[in-house]
Design a protein. Sequence first.
Length: 285
Amino acid sequence: MRDLAGRVVDVHYHAGPDLYRRRLTTGGAGRAYAGIDGWVVIKSHLVCTAASAWEARQEGLPVSGTVVLNDLAGGVHPRVVEQAVYTHGQDSPARLVVHLPTLVGPAHPSRLHRQAFHPLLDTERWRGDRILDDTGQLRRPVREVLRAARDLPVVLATGHCDREETLRVVDEAARLDLPRLLLTHATHPMTGLTPADLTHLADVPGVYVEITALTLLLGHRDAGHLGEVVRAHPRAVFSSDLGQPDQPDPAEWLSLSESWFEQAQLAPHQVRAVTALNPAALLAP
């Protein structure tokens, strides 16, 4: 498969099975992104997608996987990361992405209309501890996962961390010389980083920041804010966070993105950086 930097790379797309009904399966998403000459990273809050991504690549589809360290999927433990690396295979031009937990603390109010994937699945039952202990320090299992991420061919992502948690992860990643760290939807209200925070983090090696199309579509942020994020941090990544049945498909996402980039007054080289070059560098082996 050719170099990722020559195509659109979406590092955050939801496919089924997941906590909620999704528009496409892993294979379906792979075919959709092949149709727009892109690459897609499949995310599920419910299961590791490494094996299904490997299967899709055996059919020539442009897909790589993730594991989200929710309790339901095995929890915050290095062996969960190791198993995902093994099942992801050696053939991918993109690293596996490992997300810290997303089912933590009180549920963030969502404007999405969501249908549970399985009628017996109670997501509230599976909400786990946040990543900081009572003293404000990272829990030991989280530190162990960061050390594993340093030594394995993965990208660590912050999952659903708030601002304080995200900054503690950045500190520990810098201490460990972690090569790649993605701040998941960094300026979403749930996370709460500001463009000024992103500027402050610009000199931390290996830190990438994400802003998603879904954040704009749901009205949490606007195109002007997208421009601020891109100008605040040299390693900004624009992803979709889509896959919901009532949200745009990948081709529609690209079309909408063009109008947002124009409103954000981004130059062509900035658009190429956030849609191709930066995500490709983030995922590079």
